[in-house]
Design a protein around this ligand. Structure first.
Ligand code: PMV
Length: 323
């Protein structure tokens, strides 16, 4: 069916346990959060196809047929071209992409943008993509953004909820964990997933047994964390988060500022804290045993000029916003 206006959103995520090791087919646990990327697409009244990404390029409209796009829009162009290649439709779209997810912060904004765009643009072109097809193309898009993605970011953004992800296979996970107890602190230090994954790869090639040892320990943490999350054992979840952070430090993907944030959180009697995502900057997540204490820490971090918030988990993955 031909549709003239569509709007789809897809959530960001936090990786609770297992980042980096997951690239090497070890398990990891992620939860979708209710901050979303939104792709709105309508039929253009002109004979041109327009892309606008106001968060990155305020007030700029790109003509998709003419303009060579800036490098950070390459992945979006890939999505658009891939979908146009398999359709007969010759409608000219106006595509606007916006996001509530902080950029370059380890919260999965690039995957969420890809997922929302794939869902929205395929629908606009009259294709009936199911979640599996959306996720598959989003994974190909992630490969453009960083060469060796595990696939966890696109999967959690497509399906939402909580998942245990291992070697390309996702298992739904229902946690006994309130998102009200998790504070997300953005160090505001931008980082690049591709560079960090690459840095780990170089270390792995140089010293495989040491890095495999770290991955093995992270793997065991994920197994224990799955049980602790199911049981709602907050003390154990917190302890495992701190151990996971230490292993990510050993892997060399933390950052002085992230470690300082973790130290402050320890002093504030967090049950546990760790970097989330690729590291090298971006966000720390921290677990508390009550909402009041968590909100106090949000205020404290804001006083330190950091971005801090509590976000609901999102059961919804990619979502049609118009009906
Ligand atoms: O920082 P993010 O949101 O791009 O997450 C990266 C997670 C890694 O495990 C480091 C990479 C991956 O593809 O899983």
């Amino acid at each position: 069916m031909d549709v003239n206006t569509v709007e789809f959103s897809a959530p960001g995520k936090i990786i609770l346990f297992g980042e980096h090791a997951v690239v090497y087919k070890h398990p990891a646990i992620a939860a979708a959060i209710d901050l979303r990327a939104i792709s709105s697409i309508s039929a253009s009244s002109e004979q041109i196809s327009i892309l606008s990404v106001p968060d990155l390029f305020p007030k700029k409209l790109f003509d998709l047929n003419l303009t060579p796009l800036p490098e950070n829009l390459t992945a979006l162009k890939f999505v658009i071209d891939s979908l146009l290649e398999v359709t007969e439709s010759c409608k000219n779209p106006t595509i606007e992409i916006s996001s509530q997810i902080p950029l370059s912060a380890g919260l999965g904004s690039s995957a969420a943008v890809s997922v929302s765009l794939i869902a929205g643009f395929s629908k606009f072109l009259g294709m009936d993509f199911d979640l599996h097809e959306i996720n598959k193309l989003a994974y190909e898009t992630e490969k453009i953004i960083h060469s060796f993605p595990s696939g966890i970011d696109n999967t959690i953004s497509t399906y939402g909820g909580g998942i245990l992800y291992e070697n390309g296979v996702m298992k739904e996970l229902s946690f006994q964990l309130s998102s009200n107890y998790i504070v997300i602190i953005n160090s505001l230090i931008p980082r690049n997933t591709k560079d960090l994954v690459e840095s780990v790869r170089k270390k792995y090639e140089k010293n495989p047994s040491a890095i495999q040892g770290i991955f093995h320990n992270i793997h065991n943490i994920v197994i224990d964390a799955e049980k602790a999350l199911k049981a709602g054992d907050l003390a154990q979840i917190g302890e495992l988060m701190s151990s996971n952070h230490q292993l990510l430090r050993d892997l060399g993907v933390s950052h002085r500022t992230l470690d300082e944030i973790v130290k402050i959180l320890d002093e504030k009697r967090a049950l546990g804290s760790k970097l989330t995502g690729a590291g090298g900057g971006g966000c720390v997540i921290s677990l508390f045993d009550d909402y009041h204490r968590a909100t106090e820490v949000v205020e404290l971090m804001k006083e330190k000029n950091l971005q801090a918030f509590i976000s609901n988990f999102s059961n919804d993955g990619v979502r049609n916003e118009l009906y």
